[in-house]
Ligand binder design. Structure first.
Ligand SMILES: [Zn+2]
Ligand SMILES: [Zn+2]
Length: 393
């Protein structure tokens, strides 16, 4: 799954979520022509487009909702109240929407769109029925909360599980309060429209998987924010909290294509991939073992291969480009550590010695030296120190 922002500001918003097979458009603040150009750049086939989703009726999100659905001949996913408001606002004749397939979704009701599961999350924003979107594919979740004035529990629950958080970072408090907007507008923005840089900084700070998550600051106000001020605020809050590990946050460009987030970077979480790797490594390792060692290996590895019984829990790793998970089995309490760096898995299993997890630089099982008493000719590398309260068998 990949995600990109085509545009994000108070003027226009549009995002694409796609895979090799399908693509969906989030919000329609830009013209079909604009979308078409970007699809060409991204090499996304038009036939892969499966729908356009509208978060709420404000024109920076919906101006081209009907036009995009019509031009690409894809269904428009929208909730009923938003549709009715749009319909009235645009004064579009029935005949114009007759060609468009409209699919009404209900807030809080998950629906399937091509390969994706979409969860429309109701949000606080001054619109008739505004929602954010949670998008799930396999083990990956993306949060899309672009126009939102408050992070409630429902919103937080989704954000906390996401590996990509796209979030409203509309204003800097000081700039807004000291700015030229009438007081009533200032109040509206703070109470019922948008989030500040400060709030977003705290979302990042409190995210339970902060080190494995990317944060995109979206919808920056032209008058009450700048990318520099937003960056400074996030850095300030994180440094005050003594967060030294680099945090992956990006300010989305207002008019240009934004960065691409790809779940492949996090694909160590994808179980079939890990299972294949393990099988390859086991078969290589087998050829070098005697019978007794093979038996021992079987009993240990058998549990690891049966991945569907395992649950993955990220472990804090010191280096920003390394990821590690504590893997636990629902059928057996044996702990296994899966260790990976960037896209490639560099070590399948780590070993725990005291509160430290070690892995080998090579893609060999560490059991080679630990469980089986086979000397490893490679250097073990400390990949993480477990927190003090980590429960060990
Ligand atoms: Zn809005
Ligand atoms: Zn907006």
């Amino acid at each position: 799954m990949k995600v990109i922002s085509l545009r994000s500001s108070s003027e226009a918003n549009c995002f694409i979520v796609w895979t090799d097979e399908s693509a969906i458009i989030l919000d329609a603040g830009v013209s079909p022509k604009f979308v078409l150009k970007k699809l060409e750049i991204l090499k996304i086939e038009l036939s892969n487009l499966k729908g356009v989703l509208i978060s709420h009726e404000h024109l920076d999100h919906s101006r081209y909702a009907f036009a995009i659905a019509e031009r690409f001949n894809i269904p428009l996913y929208i909730n009923k109240k938003t549709f009715q408001t749009l319909y009235l606002k645009y004064n579009i004749k029935k005949s114009k929407t007759d060609n468009i397939k409209i699919i009404f979704f209900e807030p809080n009701k998950m629906f399937r769109l091509a390969e994706f599961y979409v969860y429309p999350v109701p949000v606080l924003h001054d619109a008739v029925c505004p929602v954010g979107f949670g998008i799930k594919l396999g083990n990956f979740r993306v949060s899309y909360f672009l126009d939102i004035a408050k992070i409630d529990n429902n919103v937080w629950r989704y954000i906390a599980k996401s590996q990509l958080v796209i979030i409203d970072s509309n204003y800097d408090r000081k700039m807004l309060i000291n700015g030229t907007y009438p007081n009533s507008v200032k109040k509206r923005i703070i109470n019922s429209a948008h989030l500040s840089n400060e709030t977003v900084a705290n979302v990042i700070l409190n995210h339970p998987q902060r080190d494995n998550t990317e944060f995109w600051l979206a919808h920056l106000s032209k008058d009450n924010n700048t990318p520099e001020v937003a960056t400074k605020t996030i850095r300030y809050v994180l440094s005050k909290a003594k967060i030294t590990v680099p945090v992956n946050f990006k300010i989305l460009p207002q008019r240009n294509l934004g960065p691409i987030w790809s779940s492949e970077k996090y694909s160590q979480l994808s179980l079939p991939f890990i299972t294949n790797e393990i099988k390859n490594i086991v078969s290589n390792l087998y050829s070098q073992l005697n019978d007794e060692q093979r038996k021992k290996l079987d009993s240990t590895i058998g549990k690891a291969i049966n991945m569907k019984n395992f649950s993955f829990q990220p472990i804090k790793v010191d280096k920003p480009n390394e990821y590690a998970w504590k893997v636990t089995s629902s059928t057996d309490p044996t702990e296994v550590y899966v260790v990976a760096r960037d896209i490639e898995i560099v070590g399948i299993t780590g070993v725990k010695v005291a509160n430290k997890v070690w892995s080998c630089e090579c893609a060999d099982f560490i059991f080679r030296c630990q469980k089986l008493g086979i000397p490893c000719k490679h250097i073990l590398k400390l990949i993480t120190t477990l927190p003090g309260n980590f429960i060990s068998r």
